[in-house]
Write a protein that binds this ligand. Sequence first.
Ligand code: PEP
Ligand code: MG
Length: 547
Amino acid sequence: MYTGKGFGIVEGKATGKVLVISSCVSANIVVENTNSPSFELERFYKARSEAGVQLQNLQEQSATSLGKDQAAIFEAQTMMLMDEDFEEVVRELIIKKDLSAIQAVKAGGEKIAAIFLGMENEQMRSKAADIFDLSRRLHTILSGQSASVYPPEEPFILLAKDLSPGELMQWRSPQLQGIVLSGGSAHSHLAILAAAMKLPCLISADIESDKTYENKILALDASAGMFYLDPDKALLNRFIQEIKREKIKKPATDNRPFYLKTGEEIEILANIGSPEELDSVLEHHCQGIGLFRSEFAYLGRLDFPSEEELFQVYRRLALGMQGRKVVIRTLDIGADKDAPCFGLAREENPALGNRGIRLCLQRQDVFRTQLRAICRAAAFGNLMLMVPMLISLDELLQVKGLLLEVQEELRQEGLEIPELPVGAMIETPAAVMLSEALAKEAAFFSIGSNDLTQYTLAVDRQNPALAALYRQSHPAVFRMLGEVMRAAKAAQIPCSICGELAHDIAHTRELADMGFRSFSMAPVFVPAFKKYLSEQYLQSASPNDTI
Ligand code: PEP
Ligand code: MG
């Protein structure tokens, strides 16, 4: 048994077989020595044949289980795999640059993807994602790691250097039990997604490069920051029993409202990313959804979701919340949230790059599809729209203009389209400085303290080396919150908070004193937040009973 330590960012225990995600781990697990070019060439051709067989199998499997469109993706990838240009690029890198087969498929993949990304034609640009996928597949085969692209049929734990939210979506399955990363960051979207999926998750874990992990049993205790590779029987049984007990004992969440002395109610809303989380929103008696991270439906996908598919998702939310509010944040792709369907070029500084509303205003075709789906679903409940990553009033006005056009288009099609309040997410210092102007055009504000902290402090929320500097309670961030609240009050619009600061009970009182009455958080955090409120604030059946 090997015992390793790490830092738990989503608590809980899990057991399962290890599945190594090689694209991420290879950098620190696979030790590469370059052999003679002829040897490396032979390795490449062998891997290419194996990849061909895998793709053929995937094509057949997906034709029956996922439909023709998915099967066509694998067919196209097979053609690319056998493409002479791709072969030529890899051959040249091996022969002329003395690269190993692994290095050559990676560099070759990047080279060809860059050519596709530079093309005018949208369809051609999207081929870059297929090339990345292919080169990852070859890399996986060459490094002798698991080459599966379907989640295993038995309980498993993902082990990687780091994972993107898109990669996690790819491995999403009822059999996925937990995540162990040698890298990772507590403030990343991966962390948010893992919490939403209730997956115990360990970052900065002691993954040793000389150990074999693949297919071994791993017992993970993220709450204690420990993992056990090849655990002994007694330990494994103890874990299995505890996990079972944990599942049974679900304490009922407090469903009483909380009021301040002034009689004002404290509103608790939920942050979610998929309709599958609705049960936990209702189970924890949240008063609405304060942040629906709509981009999660696009992550890791090679094709864009259709208007109908999105409409079904939003309608489910509207109906599921039975008239309570549902704030849909418009697509916030970019930075660490990779959606291959956009075929985005690699950026030097992705957090400062083409993300959020900037990308939506550039890709109005994609944005309009989302807006149409939201407008149609708005007839089934109490939906609201929220715009992320704003840095100017003009961006908000452009969104409102597009929305009016889309609403008019739908009305022309004979549909009844209700009004949709449009709120501004305040998560850049520019939005803070412009909050007075934004408040005149926004129906509400919601503070994204995760990004606001990153951009105010100039600290990358993804960088584990800077974790100690990334403080949402930094006085500079709080001054910003004060500014925004002042602007919201002056314009008489509500202002909630939906970043991770919302559930940090060490600062709830300060936030309440500043005027915050609405806190939006992942449902997992609601019980502890309610417990804190029940100790601090009077709860009663009616505001008249308050002291
Ligand atoms: C935020 O930035 O605080 C936020 C809620 O958005 P996300 O974490 O999805 O970037
Ligand atoms: Mg954000």
